[in-house]
Ligand binder design. Sequence first.
Ligand SMILES: [Fe+2]
Length: 295
Amino acid sequence: MNDPPKLTEYGLPVDPQSMVTPPEATELELEPGQPGIEDAGYVERRRELFGRCRRHRLERLGPPLVDYTSEETRIWREVTPKLDELHVTHASQMYLQAKRELAITQHEIPQLRHLGERVERETRMHLVPAEGALPYRIFYQYIGERGFPVTQFLRHGSHPEFTPEPDMIHDCLGHVPPLMNHDYAEMLTLIGKAASAATHGEHVLALKRFSWFSIEFGLIEEAGETKVFGSGILSSTGEIPYSLLSSEVTREPFVTDTVITTDYDPSRMQDHLFIAPSLPFLRQELETLVRRFGL
Ligand SMILES: [Fe+2]
């Protein structure tokens, strides 16, 4: 009998089975040293939103309407103009068009419930409230059902330009706009279905890396220029110029077999990126990969 394959993720060995059946947090967990962990009011707010969003997710109630505090609005108003300015110059056309159609303003934090209704009319994707980062396979199970999990809390005000975990700014300005694009929505749904159907840890890991280097941290070719495509880059004022201009970053053409065997460290700025020639190319590559895995 063959030994199960040995897998490495984030530089460490990982149990293939934990890729297939990942553990799920049932209570708010903040990392030591995370901004806001010493701020009792912030932690309390995070707990409250965690409980509400988790309940709405599990009971399939859609995103709750949230009364954002003046501090949360202040953070939104501080970060979004800086991101908007960078997007105009560096984001892909597909993203810019979708963001205009969603009419997301710098002034008020949008309600995900309303954004979700608009997205659903366009591409039949809907938004699922998430209490925090969900394990990859659970995340993609929702996506396979055309639901995109989104958080509703904001990062701590002491570090408005940095968040070690996905928050409302990352989700709302990074992930939600591309859901308005039909090719993108179909590609996502296919990853979701494949990740849900996969029973081998190495297949889940390969799909996770495919998503990471495209949907989260992908660059894309557009009219002879390299533009930002990935949501992780689009939602970070530091990561946008770093990804395109820094000499520390290796940028190479998106070759699926290289991508799915490339490890990454999610806790730092991404210094190894792949440039896809187009969105239809990514979709086709994914379809080929999924077929190859027999999913
Ligand atoms: Fe993300």
